[in-house]
Design a protein around this ligand. Structure first.
Ligand code: AMP
Ligand code: MG
Length: 462
């Protein structure tokens, strides 16, 4: 069914624990991503008949299932051992020379589960599926969702006993900043070197060593975070174990897109101090990259010189990010004028303007954009200046989507799924699959939440 070639499983034993997923009681389909299946050279019909594989009840031929080891800084605090506590890497499917991790999430306890049950509630499965697929349609680097199933079992969470689910995630790899950190913390230089060679071969074949890999990851992350910012996306848990070496967005936990623009926007129920607020994300990316640099130091030769060079490399982040962010905002307003762009954001904050709809209106029907503001006085004078810059409307249409996964719509899909009704989830996915034009069908998904619908808190999958 899959064309497996499991390179991670050929790394030293201490990189993972080889084990099968834990079977579940009675699997049921929530969604199979047929488009993604076809892109991977897989037959949707065959996958449809293999629900037992997506539930973890059968290991497909050629798989070599394992739970990966990693560590990480969570909200700035060091956790010496994390790892796949509720996930199993089935193996790597290779298609047209490209390698894809197939991972089950919610597949039962592993040696890295710590206090957790190794399972996932259906809600987080639905959220990750919808939002990661939306990200892909929005043309951002991201892990993908191939399948979502129910388990027929209940899991105990804050909100009580809820149905369990398993997500099948596809990623260009699951190597995280935290994967480097775990070997560095254990002073396992040999392991660190093996991981470096592996990561370079898989993601940056042109890189000549650890410093080059650092530069490579930094460039990817600067671009990624700038693009998150341009969509009003708040990742919510930018811990070092949730930052990939590949540059793909990963681990859609308490993430959400903001509606009314405010730079301090936070959704995660556990982010009490706003560490991962929208506007903090570039700084946090740099902080995480500094942890990557620290982990790579033992491979960088003489320590003093290495620290000096790594510091210099990291100092380049601000310029790299500024360049990426300028490009994002220039496309969003169709004029390469950062001052003008920042003025607009400030006016939007004051006017409580919907982030997505304001930029979209400027692209499609500029004279209606003022309707997005509680008070449009400042906007009106900005508008005149903006118009005189002869904005590039084509660029704006490519940069400003009509549809994003609005939080209340995601929550609505989750609530319905908990009642056994998957129709709202499918309708949401259909709207998110084509975010670049206004249609009658996607109209309900373009509306900001009403006061009563608004969801300001999101919960982690744990
Ligand atoms: P996350 O916040 O989702 O990135 O997860 C952080 C760590 O907690 C990872 O090592 C996860 O594998 C682990 N984890 C999260 N939820 C569970 C769970 N229900 N059971 C076991 N481990 C979990
Ligand atoms: Mg994680």
């Amino acid at each position: 069914m899959f064309a497996f070639d499991n390179s991670y499983a050929r790394l030293p034993d201490r990189f993972y624990t080889r084990m099968n997923p834990t079977p579940v009681e009675s699997p049921g389909w929530v969604a199979l991503n047929e488009g993604l299946a076809r892109d991977l050279g897989l037959d949707p019909e065959a996958l449809r008949g293999a629900i037992d594989v997506f539930a973890g009840n059968r290991v497909p031929e050629g798989a070599d299932p394992l739970a990966q080891l990693y560590a990480g800084h969570q909200f700035g605090g060091w956790s010496p051992q994390l790892g796949d506590g509720r996930a199993i890497l089935l193996g790597e499917h290779v298609h047209e020379g490209r390698r894809f991790d197939l991972q089950l999430k919610g597949s039962g306890p592993t040696p890295y589960s710590r206090m957790g049950d190794g399972r996932s509630a259906l809600g987080p499965v639905i959220r990750e599926y919808a939002v990661s697929e939306a990200m892909h349609a929005l043309r951002l680097p991201t892990t993908r969702a191939l399948a979502a199933v129910t388990t027929g079992e209940e899991v105990l969470r804050q909100e009580g006993s809820v149905p369990g689910g398993v997500l099948t995630r596809v990623a260009s790899s699951h190597i995280r900043v935290g994967t480097f950190q775990v070997f560095a913390a254990r002073e396992d230089v040999e392991g660190l070197r093996a991981l470096l060679d592996y990561a370079i071969a898989r993601h940056a074949p042109e890189a000549e060593g650890p410093m080059d890999l650092l530069r490579h990851v930094m460039a990817k992350q600067a671009s990624l975070v700038a693009r998150w910012m341009g969509l009003g996306f708040v990742h919510g848990v930018m811990n070092t174990d949730n930052m990939t070496i590949s540059g793909e967005t990963i681990d859609y936990g308490p993430c959400a897109f903001m509606e009314a623009y405010h730079p301090d926007t936070v959704f995660s129920s556990i982010d009490q101090f706003g560490r991962y607020a929208w506007s903090k994300q570039p700084d946090i990316a740099l902080w995480n990259l500094a942890q990557l640099a620290t982990a790579l130091l033992p491979l960088m030769g003489e320590r003093k010189a290495a620290v000096a060079e790594a510091t210099e490399v990291l100092e380049g982040f601000r310029d790299l990010y500024a360049e990426a962010w300028t490009e994002v905002m220039a496309a969003k307003i169709g004029v390469d004028d950062m001052e003008l762009a920042m003025q607009l954001l400030d006016i939007m904050r004051e006017g409580q303007a919907d982030f997505t709809n304001t930029f979209r209106a400027l692209a499609t029907a500029p004279d209606t954009a003022r309707d997005q503001f509680v008070n449009a006085t400042r906007f009106d004078s900005w508008y005149t200046e903006w118009q005189s810059g002869d904005p590039d409307r084509a660029a704006m249409l490519r940069a400003n989507p009509a549809v994003i996964p609005r939080n209340h719509r995601v929550e609505e899909a989750i609530a319905a799924a908990y009642r056994g009704d998957h129709a709202p989830f499918h309708a949401l996915n259909a709207a998110l699959a084509d975010p670049w034009r206004e249609t009658e069908a996607n109209a309900p998904y373009r509306q900001p939440a009403t006061e009563a619908e608004r969801v300001t808190r999101t919960f982690c999958g744990t």
